[in-house]
Design a binder for this molecule. Structure first.
Ligand code: HEC
Length: 170
């Protein structure tokens, strides 16, 4: 843990400048209208959040947010470490994702819990993300670049699938 914390500022700085470059080149063809930059959350390097669906009550949002707030940092670490073949960092990020505390399936009598509002697929994908993060961690450990790329792709599929299941409640 010490190692990844020590290298954090470097990763962040790298991300911010890369994000800026990407943004700058994406914005190049069309001249940005005035005021557009302030509306664009990525313009200053901030992560766009995930929208909150209507079925999640106001009171439950901070709980979910707290559980998910590490995703952003892990996502950045993972993308850059996999892309730049930084095996130790990729392994550490994948292990953090794999060992993240999980929401448990609703229990009998807990029909009013937040967990009961979430679709069944959410829990399936939660397990799948864990397995796929473990696969990625093994690929990083073996310094198997091909397996690293494939397992990263498969993990990200699960990330997107779960966000979709969550937003659409299905
Ligand atoms: C089990 C379902 C599930 C999986 C799997 C999942 N997420 Fe999420 N993620 C969520 C939910 C729910 C939220 C919204 C939390 C909230 O309201 O802030 C979220 C939010 C996020 C956010 C926004 C955080 C913020 O600060 O607003 C990021 C970034 C993110 N996820 C990245 C990922 C990445 C990368 C993966 C795959 C490695 C992943 N997620 C896998 C359910 C999931």
């Amino acid at each position: 843990m010490k190692l990844s914390r020590a290298s954090l500022p470097v990763v962040l700085a790298g991300f911010l400048s890369a994000g800026f470059l990407l943004h700058a080149s994406a914005a190049e063809p069309a001249k940005p209208k005035s005021g557009q930059a302030s509306k664009d959350k990525t313009a200053n390097g901030k992560m766009p959040g995930l929208a909150t669906p209507d079925y999640i009550p106001e009171a439950a949002r901070p709980i979910l947010r707290k559980k998910m707030e590490r995703h952003g940092q892990d996502a950045r670490d993972l993308m850059f470490s996999v892309t730049l073949l930084q095996y130790d960092m990729a392994k550490a990020a994948a292990q953090r994702i794999a060992s993240e505390p999980r929401l448990v399936r609703p229990i009998v009598g807990g029909e009013d819990d937040l967990n009961a509002l979430l679709p069944e697929r959410f829990f399936v994908l939660q397990d799948e993300a864990r397995t796929r993060a473990q696969t990625l961690s093994i690929a990083a450990e073996k310094k198997d670049d091909k397996a690293l790329a494939e397992s990263y792709g498969r993990l990200v599929e699960t990330c997107v699938a779960c966000h979709s299941a969550y937003l659409n409640r299905q």
